[in-house]
Design a protein around this ligand. Sequence first.
Ligand SMILES: Nc1ncnc2c1ncn2[C@@H]1O[C@@H]2COP(=O)(O)O[C@H]2[C@H]1O
Length: 255
Amino acid sequence: MQITDCHLFADADGRLMGVDTSQTLDWVLELARSLPSPDRLLLTGDLAQDGTPDSYRLLRERIAPLNVPSHWICGNHDNALAMAEALADQPQTLSKRIVMGSWQLLMLHSQVEGEVGGALAEAELELVERSLRAFKGHSLICMHHHPLAVGSQWMDRIAIANQQQLWERLALAQGQVILLCGHVHQHQERRHQGVTLLTTPATCFQFAPLSDSFGVTEEMPGLRTLELYDDGSFDTQVHRVSPHELTINRELMGY
Ligand SMILES: Nc1ncnc2c1ncn2[C@@H]1O[C@@H]2COP(=O)(O)O[C@H]2[C@H]1O
């Protein structure tokens, strides 16, 4: 199960675009509890908006009732040190490579400190290359930023800048590859060069798809489930919370 872009604040009064991101996360976690229990929870960045250890502790407390191992990566709004501090007693939460039978999970860091857009540092690209060369099975590769244009000019300017270097390495894969990201606050599923690319709604508010400039929609928050099979096939589904009153401050043209 993937949960992404929570933009949580440690302060209960924290709001983003007028949205109470703590409340919308609760809606999504209630939805998660109504679904079959997953083996793992993938948290793909922009988990906190204020980047404080307390906001990560809060997220940890919120997901604890799911009682499932979680894997966290940073988005552009996250603070890697604060996240690590909050997870100090759970180092496996920040593991970069996990083998799950015939699938390997890679958790890549695409944050460029101080920037909204992302990039993959040489160490991340090397991890991809080494892991794909060594592993004969299938790969689920997670990162916060999108590694391929999603068709919105403003968003595609803040994608992974050196995405070509990633795609060159993906050609080494011996099995199926799924790329899974957050950042774009919307649901997309595409195939490109034999690879599946999945993007997922945020737990807060959603960006208007295929829009050249910043815009948010009325769509409900959600999450993604993924079922991975031994032969490399998979099922995936986006689930959205049932209609709730979502107050978005539309006078704010960004954040
Ligand atoms: N009006 C805007 N135009 C361009 N970028 C924006 C605007 N508002 C916010 N952003 C940035 O674009 C990012 C997209 O998703 P994030 O949640 O990472 O955080 C957002 C902000 O950092």
